[in-house]
Design a binder for this molecule. Structure first.
Ligand code: ZN
Length: 229
C-alpha cells in the first residue's frame, strides 16, 4: 500500500482513545480542491486519509492526532467523535456537485487501509460508520451509493441482515428507542430514520418506518441465537 504524505496543519491532541472509523465523501468538484481545503489552515477541517478516484491514498494527519472531520455529531453516547475516530475521505462530488458511484480503484484502496486501521486500534464493525450515521441532521455522506456490502463481506462493516427477519411490531416510538439503543442520535426523528435507511435499506429512503426497517433493526440489535448446544 503506497501512501502519499500530504500533511495538513488542521489537528490537535486526542482526548479519547480511538474506537471508531468515520467514512466521508469530499463533496467538492474534484480531489485537488478537496485536498486544498483539507490542508487550508483557514478552513479548519481535515481528515486522517483521503482516497482519490484513481485509488491514490493521501495521509493528512497522523492517526494518533485528532483530525477535524466529524463536526457536531454523536454515536453511541460519544459526542467528541473527532477525539475517538479515524476519518477517511473518499473523493466524490457528492449530492451537491453530481453524486456518482465510487470507483473500483477507490474501494480496492480503502479495503486494506480500513482493515489495517481496524486491526491496529481494535475497532468493532459496528463502529465503522458513515458521517450521516453520526450527524443525521447535517450530513448525507458517504451516501446511498457507498458499497457497505463490499466492506461487510470482508468483515470490515456490519452486513445488512437478510436472514430470519422478524417484525417485532414496535410502535414508531418503540422503533426510535431501539434506534437510539443501536447508536443513532434520534433528536430529529425523521433525520435519524433517513440516516438508518441510507445505511441499511438504501433502495428506499422515504423517512417512513415500515416492517422491513423494524426487521432490520431488530436483527442488528439481537445477538445471534446460540441454541442450547
Ligand atoms: Zn463528511
Amino acid at each position: 500500500m503506497t501512501i502519499i504524505e500530504t500533511p495538513s496543519p488542521n489537528f490537535n491532541d486526542r482526548r479519547l482513545p480511538v474506537s471508531m472509523i468515520v467514512l466521508h465523501y469530499t463533496g467538492m468538484v474534484d480531489g485537488g480542491a478537496a485536498l486544498e481545503r483539507l490542508c487550508d489552515p483557514v478552513a479548519e477541517v481535515s481528515s486522517h486519509y483521503l482516497i482519490d478516484e484513481d485509488g491514490t491514498i493521501h495521509r493528512l494527519v497522523a492517526e494518533e492526532k485528532r483530525a477535524w472531520h466529524a463536526g457536531k455529531s454523536r454515536w453511541r453516547g460519544i459526542e467528541d467523535v473527532n477525539s475517538a475516530s479515524i476519518g477517511i475521505e473518499l473523493v466524490n462530488p457528492g449530492h451537491e456537485f453530481g453524486y456518482r458511484p465510487y470507483t473500483e480503484e477507490q474501494i480496492d484502496a480503502l479495503v486494506p487501509l480500513l482493515s489495517a486501521i481496524k486491526e491496529r486500534h481494535g475497532i468493532t464493525r459496528g463502529n465503522v460508520v458513515g458521517h450521516s450515521d453520526i450527524a443525521p441532521m447535517r450530513k448525507q455522506d458517504p451516501g446511498e451509493l457507498f458499497p457497505w456490502n463490499r466492506l461487510a463481506r470482508v468483515r470490515l462493516a456490519l452486513p445488512r441482515p437478510t436472514k430470519n427477519l422478524m417484525d417485532p411490531g414496535w410502535s414508531d416510538a418503540g422503533f426510535l428507542v431501539a434506534l437510539e439503543r443501536f447508536g443513532y442520535d434520534v433528536t430529529d426523528k425523521l433525520a435519524a430514520i433517513v440516516a438508518f435507511q441510507r445505511r441499511y435499506r438504501p433502495e428506499l429512503i422515504d423517512g417512513t418506518i415500515d416492517g422491513e426497517c423494524r426487521c432490520i433493526l431488530l436483527a442488528l440489535l439481537l445477538p445471534k441465537p446460540q441454541g442450547d448446544a
